[in-house]
Ligand binder design. Structure first.
Ligand code: UGA
Length: 433
């Protein structure tokens, strides 16, 4: 199959590389010439474990190429994926669809034969209809079927998620489109990955419902964690106690500083906007968004409380800045709100992150960056673990204690055993324990 991937960002690049690894002939398109030049030279625009090796081996095998020339890429493609960004629109939280529609128009202008256009970008319900309308308007002479095929990739684990998916959701309205999509995913079919064919609008809603549900699960357990702290219970055991119930499931029950990233915050807001437009209130999701927003700054207050309510002139070390481990993505990272709350209180901050420091420096220029965890904690009045990178799971706590000015450890991801931390001499705080 010949596949054109429009947009070589996180989703486009991972999907394109994985499709080529299945043996399809893939060309990834992007308007950013520097990005395309970099990719041709084997330089990844994002940090994602395993991606560089996958891209290089498939590019070397001639199955994966990169271009800024959309026209040549789509001309003879069997399936054209739209994987461009859909950021939150400033002001109202609605998904900004300008890049999706621009891509649809450009595809329409350059199609030479009938094709299937597949929307992989996360888009509000009804966007597929509009994309189809644009394609028909710009190119009435070829038959185009528009499909919704949402992605369920987690940053940091995207290649595994793509190759061993829990399910593949494909929303389409025509048999021919279904046939092409079966062919695109045939290698996974052989792995018996469940493929769910639905209507197009159903697939669009499924993506938002999945992310909103996961965001709800996290927010729920975070509130239970707060209650655990007040009543002297342990959230780790509560999570295990409820997660072993198959109806609930153990995943996404880790209490922490609140969810961040490029998906949950944006997608929950966009779902709310859709629910308002259709006059179908979603009060649970509304609460989730509000509770999670408040939580991030509240984690800053938790640190201030640990320093007796005053951080003016204190030095605080932040370990982990990205929104989760194994990514360099800082979008909506809890560290941003936490750092701001501490800076507002007059603290000086030192940060360290295994992959995110370049992106973090641009967002939080007031935070001085250290070269490793140990340098970050020198003379610190408090050490805060914000993101659970593996590199922080087995720190030499004794050495940390000696380097720090005060033995205060605030572990917002519950990666340390409270008894061990206390035995080493730390005043130890965590979440929900
Ligand atoms: C999420 C979904 O998990 C993917 O299925 C989806 O495809 C993707 O969004 C998307 O829409 O593109 P991602 O944002 O990469 O993936 O990361 P997650 O692993 O879901 O984590 C999101 C946030 O929730 C992080 O801030 C993480 O720290 C937090 N989280 C996650 C918790 O606080 N507790 C948990 O138990 C799990």
């Amino acid at each position: 199959m010949k596949i054109a991937m429009i947009g070589s960002g996180y989703v486009g690049l991972v999907s394109g590389a994985c499709f080529s690894d299945f043996g399809h002939d893939v060309v990834c398109v992007d308007k950013d010439a520097a990005k395309i030049d970099g990719l041709r030279a084997g330089k990844m625009p994002i940090y994602e474990p395993g991606l560089d090796a996958l891209v290089t081996s498939n590019a070397d095998a001639g199955r994966l190429s990169f271009t800024t020339d959309l026209a040549s890429a789509v001309a003879d493609a069997d399936a054209i994926f739209i994987a461009v960004g859909t950021p939150s629109r400033r002001g109202d939280g609605h998904a900004d669809l300008q890049y999706v529609y621009a891509a649809a128009r450009e595809i329409g202008e350059n199609l030479k034969k009938s094709a299937v256009v597949v929307n992989k970008s996360t888009v509000p319900v009804g966007t597929g209809d509009e994309v189809e309308r644009i394609l028909r308007e710009t190119n009435p002479n070829v038959t185009v079927h528009v499909v919704s095929n949402p992605e369920f990739l987690r940053e940091g684990a995207a290649i595994g998620d793509f190759k061993r998916p829990d399910r593949i959701v494909i929303g389409c309205e025509h048999e021919e489109a279904q046939r092409v999509m079966r062919e695109v995913y045939r290698p996974l079919f052989l792995n018996e990955a469940p493929i769910l064919f639905t209507g197009r609008r159903t697939a669009e809603i499924t993506k938002y419902a999945a992310n909103a549900f996961l965001a709800t699960k996290i927010t729920f357990i975070n509130e239970v964690a707060d209650l655990c702290e007040k009543v002297g219970a342990d959230i780790q055991d509560v999570s295990r106690g409820i997660g072993l119930d198959n109806r609930i499931g153990a995943k996404f029950l880790h209490a922490g500083p609140g969810y961040g990233g490029s998906c949950f915050p944006k997608d929950t807001l966009a779902l709310l906007k859709t629910s308002q437009d259709y006059n179908s209130p979603m009060r649970i999701v509304e609460s989730v968004v509000q509770v999670n927003d408040n939580r991030k700054r509240a984690m800053g207050r938790k640190v201030i409380d640990a320093l007796n309510g005053d951080v003016r002139g204190r030095k605080i070390a932040l370990l982990g800045l990205t929104f989760k481990p194994n990514t360099d993505d800082m979008r909506d990272a809890p560290s941003i709100a936490i750092a701001q709350a501490l800076l507002d209180g007059g603290a000086s901050l030192t940060g360290y992150d295994p992959e995110g420091m370049e992106a973090a420096s641009a967002i939080m220029p007031e935070v001085s960056m250290a070269k490793d965890s140990y340098e970050a904690v020198i003379d610190a009045d408090a050490i805060v673990i914000v993101t659970e990178w593996d590199a922080f799971r087995a720190l030499d706590l004794r050495r940390m204690r000696e380097l720090a000015a005060q033995p205060v450890l605030i572990d917002l991801r519950n990666i340390y055993n409270p008894e061990e931390a206390k035995a080493i001499g730390f005043t130890y705080y965590s979440v929900g324990r």
